[in-house]
Design a protein around this ligand. Structure first.
Ligand code: C2E
Ligand code: MG
Ligand code: MG
Ligand code: MG
Length: 295
């Protein structure tokens, strides 16, 4: 019976569903086992203070290495994890890993580094986030790690999905001393007035604006105005997706505080990032775009 059922399922997939739906179902079924099979890994992308050029922290970016599918990018699996609910245990795992990294840094002379973690909409609006964070904050306190070294990134669109609940959450996060950044700033088609509504530390200018700073005068004006507006509201600004020295210099000249992008470093496996943060200039050499090491 199982065999004929399996065959029936296959016919159902191939005839009634398009390739995209099929891929989705395939990834979803693999995703649920991926957590217990330890197929996830965090890569770290350096965040740089523009005035000094110093690495002041990193953003944790999820990677999924499936034995047959290879490395699957978060743009493909995060939306599926979000819809299926897997993002809740996965997001918890990311936060626990992040705190393990902060502890390790504290013990290994990298205790000045901040670590930013992406939160999904579902994580923000479920009830489990604050209890988890309270446990993790107690662990951090036990190691003498300031809450401000953990930053939570929430996309503009996730925050705007339920502005009242987001507002309450951000206030709770900041009352604990955690840092909060709005990710992908400028892409959410939302009114700037929410900047007044939410308690924030930082906005991350989306790489879509940074990309064309040199060629599109509109983007240059938007970026410059965003930096000025943020500073007026006493928010820090980090630009993402900085790939060229010209982009960096423009951002610097407009007073942008920090930057992140391939110009400085790609997302790297943890040890490689740590070597880079210790000042080893060869740390980024010979790393493929997915961060893997060809050697
Ligand atoms: P994001 O949070 O906006 O992360 C920045 C993305 O831009 C990363 O893509 C990073 O690799 C890429 N990037 C960085 N610098 C450059 C650059 O100079 N040029 C270009 N072209 N790209 C650059 P990635 O790692 O593929 O992640 C994509 C998105 O997946 C993230 O966007 C974030 O929304 C989501 N994501 C990643 N990890 C997590 C996670 O742990 N939890 C959740 N909820 N979402 C995550
Ligand atoms: Mg992010
Ligand atoms: Mg972003
Ligand atoms: Mg993005």
């Amino acid at each position: 019976a199982a065999k004929s059922q399996g065959r029936g399922n296959f016919q159902f997939f191939s005839s009634d569903m398009n390739a995209a739906t099929h891929e989705r179902l395939l990834l979803e079924s693999r995703l649920w086992r991926a957590l217990e099979q330890e197929e996830f890994e965090l890569h770290l992308q350096a965040q740089v203070e523009l005035a000094s050029g110093a690495i002041i922290g990193a953003e944790a970016l999820l990677r999924w290495h499936h034995p047959e599918l290879g490395t699957v990018g978060p743009d493909r699996f995060i939306p599926i994890a979000e819809e299926s609910g897997l993002i809740l245990p996965l997001g918890d795992w990311v936060l626990r890993q992040a705190v393990r990294l902060l502890v390790r840094w504290r013990e290994q002379g990298l205790g000045h580094l901040r670590l930013a973690v992406n939160l999904s909409a579902r994580q923000c609006h479920g009830g489990g986030l604050l209890p988890l964070l309270d446990g993790l904050l107690a662990e951090m306190a036990g190691h003498g790690i300031a809450p401000a070294l953990l930053e939570l990134e929430i996309t503009e669109s996730a925050a705007m999905r339920d502005p009242e609940s987001s507002r309450a959450l951000l206030r709770e996060l900041r009352s604990r001393g955690l840092k909060v950044a709005i990710d992908d700033f400028g892409t959410g088609y939302s009114s700037l007035s929410y900047l007044k509504l939410f308690e924030l530390d930082r906005i991350k200018i989306d790489r879509g604006f940074v990309k064309d700073i040199e060629s599109d005068p509109n983007d240059a004006v938007i970026v410059a105005a965003t930096i000025a507006l943020a500073h007026t509201l006493r928010l820090q600004v980090i630009a993402e997706g900085v790939e060229t020295a010209a982009q960096r210099d423009f951002l610097s000249s407009k007073g942008c505080d920090e930057a992140q992008g391939y110009l400085f470093a790609r997302p790297l496996p943890v040890e490689r990032f740590e070597a880079l943060a210790r000042g080893n200039p060869t740390a980024t050499a010979e790393v493929r775009p997915d961060g893997s090491d060809p050697t």
